[in-house]
Design a protein around this ligand. Sequence first.
Ligand SMILES: Nc1ncnc2c1ncn2[C@@H]1O[C@H](COP(=O)(O)OP(=O)(O)OP(=O)(O)O)[C@@H](O)[C@H]1O
Length: 847
Amino acid sequence: MFTSKAEQHNIKAKIAASYDKLYSQFSSDELNEIGNYKISKFIGEGSFGKVYLATHKLTHQKVVLKTGNKKDPNVVREVFYHRQFDFPYITKLYEVIVTESRVWMVLEYCSGRELYEHLLKQQRLSLEESKKLFAQIVSAVYYAHELKCVHRDLKLENILLDGNGHAKLTDFGFTREMATRSQLETICGTTVYMAPELIQRKSYDGFKADIWSLGIILYTMINGYMPFDEDDDNMTKYKIVNEEVDFREGEVSDDTIDIIQGMLRKNPNDRLSLSEVLSHPFLQPWGAAAKEKTNKVLLKQRGGNLHFRSKHEKRLLKRLKHCGFDTGSIKNSVNKRKCDSLSGLWFLLQERDVASDVGVPKRTRSVLSVRKVFESSVNMVMDDILVNSPECVKSNSLKKIMSRKSGDQKIENQELPKLEQPNGVKVEELKDPKREEPESVNSTEVTNKKKGFLQRVSSLFRPKKHSTQGNINQPVDNHTAPGIQPLLGKRRHKTVSNESQEASIRNSLPATESADLNVQFEDKNNKVTHRVKKMKSHSSSEISKTQNGSDLQNLQLNESAEEILKISNNGGARRSSIVSQHSAISNDTYNSEYSTDAQSGFRSNNTQSSNRVNANSENLTATRKNVRRTLSVLSSASSTSEMSSRTDSFYDITTASSPMNMDIRSNYNARSDSQFPRINGNSPWMIKRGRSPIGRRTRINSRSLNRKFRHPTPGRAESVIQEESSLDENERASNLPEVAEYDSTEMAIHSDSETPSKGNTPLYTIGINHPEARPILFSVGRSMSDGSSWSHQHSDFQEPFSTALVRQPSSRNIEEDDYEAVIAADDEDNSLEDEEQEHVRSLVEYV
Ligand SMILES: Nc1ncnc2c1ncn2[C@@H]1O[C@H](COP(=O)(O)OP(=O)(O)OP(=O)(O)O)[C@@H](O)[C@H]1O
């Protein structure tokens, strides 16, 4: 109990200050967490929204958060289709978080970034690399096609590379199912990757259109420039429709020519099928292997056998179950592709285990993984369970591992990016990537072996640094080509910045550089400079407008080249064959298939700016760059016909709040279908403790030995801990030990109570790094008389603990004589017996 009024005032003041801090955090504009993900930096911006690098708090896995407006049909479409895909060469969609206005897609992080950037770096890819990557890309598309989905925006920018250099197809904003139709009408994609039938605005077979785009991709990978890419869009379109791709004589093998020509046949029905592409001699041995792998995945998936079959998965599942997770819910989430926090957790756990499958004995690592997840997810102590789990006992002693690994490590302070609200998220500060640490801990020297058990264990779960893997922190644009590097560096930087930043970068460039920030490749043989454009997906309602106002719809694409050129040249002078200033304008101009005038605001900004460019040639350079970078386009030709895809009934995507951040106690009643981990078949907070140490380290009577902590009855949802025994609910409630108040600091509210001044106050997690953090020593006991309630006492600890939950007491009239327990600081205190130690840990750390 508190010894003086002054102390009580002091404590009250601290609680009030913490409350204020919490309140201001709630009302802050800064955004640094979404669900279970901690945002670490802004990495790019697409047509639909911004993209951030983030860390999954429970597994420390890096992920990408891609945000979009909830009302944007393309965002809905992207989620709808993407979540159906579960394939090694398609970026994984782990989770979808829906907030009031935005959708956050949690995606697999591809540290190698875009294939486009890789190609810029290499100028052109070796045949071997091209084959390998292309086989992976084709297999991803083949997989999607087998699921009757067409991508419709295949391009270098939509193929990412993971840390192992594997291709990952992404960006399913224009995807469409083809199960119910054979022809599509909506014109969408990116001009230079578009099939002739789309350019001609005919109805088209989506599968065949994808195959054409793949042909463009392969050609570009091998040659380092695009087959149809003129500075003038009309010319590009003319060539797509009328001309054959050309190859440098003697440089390209017959197989290469054959496969590319096979994919780029003007008549869609003459094009190779993807199965044929994968079996083509050019692509061997990669193609055949990729095809086989894809067919296996498809077979498994169709049979509903994709998950939980491998030894590794079974082992992980077992561990989770052992720790009380509701594995049925996890399976359900994963199998149904719910993209909720459970399936996210599952996939990330799996990936982390696979990634860290080096060096640590399997059994131990598994146990530790599960332990860490559990610790993080419910913020409570699992030591009791894990230390005594058979796995842990069989393998290395956890204590030994901890004492080996807990070492004196200095953890750098982590700076968080400051963000605007989701719909206008803006990074004010970018963290130094080298200092990036997944843990949100402040600078602390951990020197004492006896310091926080959790912290020591937690240090074991920090992701290993894989020096061989692609590092996101490395600059992407270390272009090898002289002269290109500075240009790329600047352009790249600009790509992820806002318009004003772009303008300032551009202004700082010499005129020749700023003229076109697209990278130029010099073809040494032909002395012709080629370009690989980076195209930004966007749309407008102006598809038919060329830069000079001519209507492409009326343009006869089989007109003579002269005619076309005449139109083009009228449209504006080409500054040179190398650096085009004008061409991208109409090239990048399309409609959303749902586009209406009202909606055009969504994706038509680039078009509008393009038009402004035309109007004012002085602004052309700066504005064009925005337009130029990317384009994926979607015309409104058949908006109604394809609208039906919106009616798909998919939304069992979970909404925003992470279960881990929810008040787990308030879910007590629903625990049978709870998603939360359960311990020994009970709710997560019903941690079974051993026996309680009593009577100055003597034993308590047998009745209390089997008691468990649990949260209170529904009527007292805010209360903290209750014992479970054979007593009925009322008795349990009355047996709730009250926990003394202490400082409350960082987050993790575990109660819905509004203010700490109420009788039942919220619980807070106290962080070890808080300047005022100190542990609480609880003396817990009960009188020896039957039916007596548990009570406790608290006093200061000399040594800090990693975590303690505290609560303002509602009752302070506990009599000294009622106590019979003394709590020890650490499990290494040999003066306590095992069960007593467990009790101590569960009380001090778990409470
Ligand atoms: N899973 C990912 N891993 C790593 N980087 C990613 C990932 N997804 C997107 N990015 C990066 O984020 C940026 C924006 O991506 P996004 O897909 O939103 O736009 P985009 O493909 O550039 O444009 P658009 O949507 O118009 O096609 C790009 O630089 C991209 O490389």
